[in-house]
Write a protein that binds this ligand. Structure first.
Ligand code: PGA
Ligand code: ZN
Length: 426
């Protein structure tokens, strides 16, 4: 099935800055659309996000990337087979020719990549998740759906005045149904609002739809507040875990981790011990993401070896198969965060997911904090690869559309979430 045309437009993202939307039309008239997000605390090893850098939108316009799609990518992809997604993605990688997709922009390439996949899925009358399994002939038989990982308190780069650490999440893992897990997460989120109000803390939300209260006493306080909220909502620690993403690449300057809130400057060993204390005190913490910065390779193996929970690489691995291979070889992590736009094509993203899977590593597919859109491809990807969690905020339209898509898929497949068995590869 040949590609007839590809057109790109600038749209708005949740960060009140532009993003890109692409429409692909196939020879038989079938269409597919996609839009892409970008991060606020993006890792330095991610695919390049091409912004205009000119005056409009404070330099954050995406007309250059739009132009690259319309003028450089579209003519080269015309008449190519939309059903051969690996070839489509490889062609764009070759046209770009740089290691981090700097020339065309990772944002431009990914938007086309996903839009082509959607058009192909539509042409084959398959939901996107089923098409992804088919297009890459993934050797996965059953559908075991992801649990939610909901950001409920955010700080760091996502919210001024809150904590040094970026994300405190609740992870419903009861496993009966996706609907029940989503409901449980949201009920805890709403109970947390009451807990915050009782303590005279404000309940405004940050980039990812989580609360971002000023005046929190320490980086540890959210753990107490979330614990109280889980109880208040009537759930037990067994059914709802806590997940953390301190995003420590953002805290690391001049050789030390800076915790402003606590007036502390820690070494890598100090940072590891800091988290170990939390893990001991809060056994309900079930995953820990980016506890060390994106190039602290020497110390990652130690925290992974000496803790019992999944230690997730995000900025460390940036969904890049080469960086993941290094992390596997050095035993730096035992779980990986997946973000399509970190690497910039669907093909490379699936490759990273399968590399993780083949090494017995769970995957968590994630939204972005900088600018999100209403595109839900990340959810279909998570379902296709049997990811253990989707990490998404619990409010704001660009977040809840992801949970709505997951619940829609759950109904369609009549499948259950992985629940407490999230470490087992299904
Ligand atoms: P970002 O943060 O999307 O703003 O980069 C999310 C994360 O670090 O997981
Ligand atoms: Zn992260």
């Amino acid at each position: 099935m040949k590609i007839k045309s590809i057109t790109a437009r600038e749209i708005l993202s949740s960060g009140s800055t532009p993003s890109i939307e692409v429409k692909v039309t196939l020879q038989n008239g079938t269409t597919g659309k996609a839009s892409v997000p970008f991060g606020a605390s993006a890792g330095i090893h991610e695919a390049y996000v091409l912004f205009d850098g000119a005056k409009r939108y404070s330099g954050k316009g995406m007309l250059k990337a739009v132009n690259n799609i319309n003028k450089k990518i579209a003519p080269n992809l015309r008449n190519k087979d939309a059903f051969d997604q690996p070839a489509i993605d490889q062609l764009m990688i070759d046209i770009d020719g740089t290691k981090n997709k700097k020339k065309l922009g990772g944002n431009a390439i990914l938007a086309v990549s996903v839009a082509v996949a959607r058009a192909a899925a539509n042409a084959q009358k398959l939901p996107l998740y089923a098409y992804i399994r088919k297009a890459y002939q993934l050797p996965i038989k059953k559908y075991v759906l992801p649990n939610p990982q909901m950001v409920v308190i955010e700080g760091g780069k996502h919210a001024d005045n809150s904590t040094d650490m970026q994300e405190y999440m609740v992870a419903p893992i009861k496993g009966n149904s996706v609907k029940e897990e989503v409901q449980a997460g949201i009920e805890v989120y709403l109970a947390l609002k009451k807990v915050l109000k009782q303590k005279n803390l404000d309940t405004n939300v940050g980039n990812e739809g989580a609360y971002a209260p000023a005046g929190l006493k320490s980086n540890e306080s959210p753990l107490q507040l979330i614990r109280a909220a889980i109880k208040k909502a009537g759930y037990s620690k067994k059914d709802i875990g806590i997940s953390l993403d301190p995003a420590t690449s953002e805290l690391f300057h001049n050789g030390k981790y800076h915790l402003k809130k606590e007036k502390k400057k820690l070494t890598s060993v100090g940072m590891i011990n800091y988290f170990k204390k939390w893990l001991k005190k809060y056994p309900e913490i079930i995953t820990l993401e980016d506890p060390l910065h994106e190039d602290d390779w020497a110390y990652w193996p130690e925290i992974t070896r000496t803790t019992k929970i999944p230690i997730i690489g995000d900025d460390l691995t940036v969904t890049n198969p080469e960086r993941l291979q290094r992390a596997i070889d050095t035993k730096a992590i035992n779980a990986i965060l997946i973000k399509l736009n970190q690497i910039g094509t669907l093909t490379e993203t699936v490759q990273t997911c399968m590399l993780a899977r083949n090494n017995n590593m769970m995957t968590i597919v994630s939204h972005r904090g900088g600018g999100e859109t209403n595109d839900t491809a990340m959810v279909d990807l998570a379902v296709a690869v049997n990811a253990a969690f989707i990490k998404v905020g619990p409010s704001r339209g660009e977040r809840v559309c992801k949970y709505n898509r997951l619940m829609e898929i759950a109904d369609e497949l009549k499948a259950k979430p992985v629940g407490k068995n999230f470490r087992i590869i299904h």
